[in-house]
Design a protein around this ligand. Structure first.
Ligand code: BGC
Length: 669
């Protein structure tokens, strides 16, 4: 069928949804599409006959995307997509409203747990795998929220004011990379971009389609359309959910000649294609993985995404040690509390976990549990917690935030843990030098008040319903931690450039430009609590034998990583590029390649990364395009943005790369 076979009325109806979660079928003429949230697990809503929400159906709650990002694992991202497809297929959902790839400009953004990273390469690469995994199994993705949607405060109206270069290099880049997976849909954001609503941002839609090769349908965020006519003219294909007033106004505008047939046809055609693609994907639809197998995927992602931030000889726990466990987050009372709130919140399908019980089974030693504080940081039975901490060999405190503090719709008030959680950590760590804090938060935390006084910190994040088992395995050493931070932990919020940007309720001025995350901290040598890319292991990895083979516009960088001590483990190796004496302002370094390798004890793994001159480029507003300047660049390889072990100097001249020399102790910036 083509749009030519539809009446004008049908076309107008087609580009406005049917209800909250479906598109229209035009009296059976075309297939209706069913969409559902979200990134962390399926949130299919049960509705009554009148279309009112009844409840969200339980589904596998995977780790949130920030934990997936901390895994730095393409394989995990792909498996998460594939496994989510099974959840969707069971519930007849055609399109999962995920993933979100917005850059973490501000650690306080309420939706950071739904997003991947402060770095566009990491975000875009993992989103690519997630989308490809999902779509390869017959369920469509919806890439969101397009774009510069980086805070929740006044999210429906605020304007993100950003210069073009920053847009291209940071905020659009993950969308560009994710589009290579050909998502069948994308969702526009709520906010305005330089004054124009994202739903009416013709320029943004043109970039998406013409430059990033997006060939799906663009859907509005729920309630993001202010003027259906203006949004359709700009290229927004489908308004969701159905909004009677907007639809009637669109019909009136059409009759008044304010929107042309060509403009309506363009949107209707794309919605029609979307419906046909979804119908095709439904063929032979059947879940491949059992629920147990999906739980195993969720656990694997959590295990690979948990980051060991500090370990002064306390971990892994030894068999038979007595352990005092405290904190609400060790035994979440209500489903979904170890999670952010809003549309990404999933009703856990399995059992609630209790970390103390899991640890008791694993260690065989005495394990006590005292809650000590509730999820909002209210103190309770703290006296007993202190006694337990004092008497046991190890004290494990499970602190965090949860959906009351981190959620769609609002931002966190500050970067610190709730006061009574900090207070508990301070009190209990005084009673036991072997105190380990496990952090269940959706974004970076200011740990400065208590980190020095504890022996271990494990960042579990919103690790999903299998998170309890995953945390226990990391604590006991059954799993060698391999997660690394996809987001810097600054010392305090005052160190984050956005905290001193000139923001008001209506306008977010991105004055810091490219100085976001490590691009800022590393350029200005700002002290951080834990740098981007950082994470400890129970093994020691040694980097050596850097080689750069350059030819024409390409270079191959190879090096060796050895597991020099400890059990088998996985190491995330990172490659950064550092321009030397650049003509324009450039961040001191930018991530350009990464890989995660399993390395057996005493063994070596050879890593190879391919680079081209495009990897050295910046976005030039002088030429309205990407540009690689001739000059010297350092290639830096290591375990985090601040643990660089191998460095080489290369030269770019006339579009060709040549190797200059290996750098040892010389400072390049
Ligand atoms: C959120 C989207 C979500 C949609 C549907 C909106 O409020 O911003 O991410 O997919 O609701 O629930």
């Amino acid at each position: 069928m083509t749009v030519k076979e539809l009446t004008a009325e049908e076309k107008l109806r087609l580009i406005c949804g049917k209800d909250s979660w479906h598109t229209v079928d035009l009296d059976g003429k075309i297939p209706s599409v069913c969409v559902s949230d979200g990134p962390v697990g399926l949130r299919k809503s049960e509705m009554d006959e009148k279309g009112n929400w009844v409840r969200d159906l339980p589904a596998v709650a995977y780790p949130a995307l920030h934990v997936l990002a901390n895994s730095w694992s393409r394989e995990c991202a792909r498996e998460m997509g594939e496994s989510l497809a099974d959840d969707c297929k069971e519930q007849n959902v055609d399109i999962l409203l995920a993933p979100g790839v917005n850059i973490k400009r501000n650690p306080l953004n309420g939706r950071n747990f739904e997003y991947f990273s402060e770095d566009p390469l990491l975000a875009g690469t993992l989103a690519y795998e997630y989308i490809d995994g999902l779509q390869s199994k017959g369920v469509g993705a919806c890439l969101k929220h397009y774009y510069v949607n980086n805070r929740e405060y006044n999210r429906l109206d605020q304007s993100s004011e950003v210069d073009e270069r920053t847009l291209r290099e940071l905020y659009l880049k993950p969308f560009e990379l994710a589009c290579k997976a050909k998502p069948i849909s994308a969702m526009c954001a709520y906010n305005r971009i330089n004054g124009v609503y994202a739903s009416e941002n013709a320029k943004g839609f043109r970039i998406l389609r013409d430059e990033f090769g997006f060939d799906g349908a663009i859907i509005s965020d729920w309630g993001a359309v202010h003027d259906r006519t203006a949004s359709a003219k700009a290229g927004l294909d489908l308004e969701m959910p159905f909004h009677e007033g907007n639809y009637e106004k669109l019909v009136a505008d059409y009759k008044a000649g304010k929107i042309t047939d060509e403009e309506i046809d363009a949107c209707a055609e794309r919605v029609l294609r979307l419906a046909e693609r979804c119908e095709k994907m439904r063929e032979g639809r059947k879940a491949e993985r059992t629920v147990e197998e999906r739980f195993a995927v969720a656990r694997k992602i959590a295990e690979e995404g948990i980051v060991l931030l500090k370990n002064e000889g306390v971990l892994p726990l030894s068999p038979g040690q007595s352990i005092s466990v405290s904190g609400y987050f060790a035994a979440p009372e209500a489903f979904g509390k170890i999670s952010g709130g809003g549309s990404a919140m999933v009703q856990w399908r399995g059992e609630k976990f209790n970390l103390a019980d899991i640890l008791r089974k694993k260690t065989g030693g005495e394990v006590r549990y005292t809650r000590a504080f509730w999820e909002r940081g209210v103190l309770c039975d703290s006296r007993q917690a202190e006694i337990d901490a004092a008497e046991c060999d190890v004290c494990v405190i499970c602190a965090g935030t949860g959906s009351d503090i981190e959620s769609e719709g609002y931002d966190r008030g500050d970067m610190r843990l709730p006061q009574w959680e900090e207070e508990s950590i301070l009190r209990l760590s005084k009673r036991n030098p072997n105190t380990v804090v496990v952090l269940f938060t959706g974004s970076a935390v200011d740990v400065s008040a208590w980190a020095d006084g504890v022996a271990g910190i494990v960042y579990a994040g919103f690790c999903g319903e299998q998170g309890g088992e995953a945390v226990a395995r990391v604590l006991t050493g059954e799993v060698n931690p391999s997660g690394k931070l996809s987001e810097t932990f600054p010392v305090s919020y005052e160190d984050v450039p956005v905290s001193w940007a000139d923001n008001d309720p209506c306008v977010a001025r991105y004055e810091e430009g490219l100085d976001v995350g490590y691009r800022y901290y590393d350029t200005y040598d700002v002290r951080v609590s834990f740098p981007f890319g950082f994470g400890l292991s129970y093994s020691e990895f040694v980097y050596s034998a850097l080689k750069v083979k350059a030819s024409g516009d390409k270079a191959e960088v190879s090096f060796t990583v050895k597991n020099a001590g400890g059990p088998a483990g996985r190491e995330v190796s990172q490659l950064y590029i550092r321009p030397i004496a650049a003509y324009v302002h450039r961040p001191a370094q930018e991530l350009k390649a990464f890989t995660k390798q399993q390395i057996l004890p005493g063994k070596n793994v050879k890593v190879k990364f391919g680079l081209t001159t495009a990897d050295f480029a910046y976005y030039s507003t002088a030429v309205d395009g990407w540009r690689t300047d001739d000059g010297l660049y350092e290639i830096a390889v290591g375990a985090s943005s601040r643990e660089i072990f191998l460095r080489a100097l290369v030269k770019i001249e006339g579009g060709n790369i040549s190797f200059v020399k290996e750098l040892k102790d010389e400072f390049a910036f």
